[in-house]
Design a protein around this ligand. Structure first.
Ligand SMILES: *Cc1c(COP(=O)(O)O)cnc(C)c1O
Length: 324
């Protein structure tokens, strides 16, 4: 079996990642809300990665992975495929470390995202989503240019980097009864689960994904990775079609269960964050809080960590969501 052959990252890798990130990533705030606590009858601790560099936790994993490159790898640079936060995280990390970066994006990716990625100095290469296979194209380019491919979630160094968010949370507030983490491909959830097992062994760790795309829940409950078509949801950071070999290896061992949230619940959470906590959170970043409110977990009287994963949302769309 492939699974028994791969080396899963450990909490020691999360510790090493946090050392590499020192002075480069923000130590984001843990915010409280009396209103949220009263509403849910629990103590909520929001780890706010919407205030991370480039607006999402993805900087942690990208920077950690690139920091480990050899001199030869640095010289040739990094390549990835993404139209979302991972693209900007790789571009910013590569610029910081002084190496070239190529980002393969669909030709119809939003102009603002292309511009932001180019603004960090990366070369953007477009492909046709309908006729070209992005993974094959990326591998081919990586081979031609000698670049190292860093995928968005299924990589031990990416997972370890993402886990530093939960490490900081536990170090700041102590042990928790529950931790709710947004779930796409599982880089964030698996890294955070490694930190939870080490720093708060009794904590129940849940992944939360969009109801329209519950491949993670199906995979967790069936015991093997389930593939789905790209789900239709406003949570664009969680429109993944499947978990990865590495992320699923950690998730099936260290996670309690996978929950879901609807788009309407995400909009409600986005409004709460804006109105009550005065902060902008992108739809995907609302998954954890939406589940705290609606998934029916017995959190009354408990200490609950909520990972708020990012804040990158187009202002026009945000206005529409808030007016809805
Ligand atoms: C990528 C992303 C996620 C999902 O992370 P995975 O590691 O793919 O599970 C959640 N929220 C935001 C804001 C993201 O950018």
């Amino acid at each position: 079996m492939l699974c028994s052959m791969i080396n899963l990252p450990t909490y020691d890798d999360v510790i090493s990642a946090s050392q590499r990130l020192q002075g480069h990533a923000h130590r984001t705030p843990v915010l409280r809300s009396t209103t949220a606590d009263q509403m849910l009858g629990a103590q909520l601790f929001f780890k706010c990665e919407n205030f991370q560099r480039m607006g999402a936790f993805k900087f942690r994993g990208a920077f950690n992975a690139l920091s480990k490159f050899s001199d030869a790898q640095r010289k040739a640079g990094v390549i990835t495929f993404s139209s979302g936060n991972h693209a900007q995280a790789i571009a910013l990390s590569a610029r910081t470390l002084g190496m070239p970066a190529v980002i393969v994006m669909p030709h119809d990716a939003p102009a603002a995202k292309k511009a932001a990625t180019q603004g960090y100095g990366a070369e953007v290469i477009s492909y046709d989503r309908f006729t070209q296979d992005r993974e094959a194209l990326t591998s081919q380019m990586a081979a031609e240019r000698g670049m190292t491919l860093i995928p968005p979630y299924d990589h031990p160094d990416v997972m370890a980097g993402q886990g530093t968010a939960a490490k900081e949370l536990f170090e700041e507030v102590g042990e928790l009864d529950y931790l709710l983490v947004c779930l796409g491909g599982g880089g964030l959830l698996s890294g955070c689960a490694l930190a939870a097992r080490a720093l708060s062994p009794g904590c129940k760790v849940y992944g939360v994904e969009p109801e329209a795309g519950n491949d993670g829940q199906q995979s967790f409950r069936s015991g093997s990775i389930v593939n789905i078509p790209t789900p239709k949801t406003i949570a664009d950071g969680a429109q993944t079609q499947h978990l990865g070999q590495y992320t699923f290896g950690v998730i099936k061992r260290d996670v309690t269960d996978i929950l879901t949230a609807t788009d309407a619940q995400l909009i409600e959470a986005m409004k709460f964050f804006a109105e009550r906590m005065k902060m902008v959170v992108e739809p995907t970043g609302c998954l954890g809080f939406a589940a705290a409110r609606h998934a029916g977990l017995p959190i009354q009287g408990k200490r609950v960590g909520v990972l708020v994963s990012g804040g990158n949302v187009d202002l026009g769309r945000l206005a529409e969501f808030l007016a809805a």
